[in-house]
Ligand binder design. Structure first.
Ligand SMILES: [Mg+2]
Length: 146
């Protein structure tokens, strides 16, 4: 799966700190054969991704459309198409399918959200089912198992 992560308040706090477990979960997704992309509504985030020491896990960085998602991914040449989107804004998650994380505003070493996202997402990828209200199935993917 092509997994797209938002930056601000999804994996990074207001003051630029990385959310706990982000590196670990990026690494785990990759070891399971998934591909990690970064996108952001405020522009290309190469500097932040470098500074947060995530570059080695990331296969591409894009501008994220914040409205008109379908035309937006054409306009911003987002390629490949996102299969699964992780964002603190629910609308884009509902559109593409993905996981709506609670926003990470302030540094908090006890934050478990990225771990919870990983566990729910794995279960969904394996079974096609989810018991998390934060997870939205991809409406554009056919379930070939049925
Ligand atoms: Mg955000």
């Amino acid at each position: 799966m092509n997994i797209f992560f938002d930056v601000d308040y999804t994996i990074m706090s207001m003051d630029g700190k990385i959310r706990p477990h982000t590196q670990e979960v990026f690494s785990k997704f990759i070891s399971l054969g998934h591909t990690i992309f970064i996108w952001s509504g405020v522009g290309l985030r190469h500097k932040d991704i470098d500074r947060l020491e995530l570059s080695e896990y990331v296969s591409g960085i894009f501008v994220k459309p914040v409205t008109e998602y379908e035309t937006g991914i054409q306009r911003f040449q987002v390629n490949p198409r996102p299969d699964f989107v992780i964002d603190d804004h629910p609308e884009i998650v509902e559109f593409f399918g993905g996981y709506h994380v609670s926003p990470y505003y302030f540094k908090n070493d006890l934050d478990q959200e990225i771990l919870e996202l990983f566990e729910s997402t794995l279960k969904y990828f394996e079974t096609g089912l989810s018991d998390s209200r934060k997870l939205f199935p991809n409406p554009h993917l056919n379930n070939h198992e049925n």
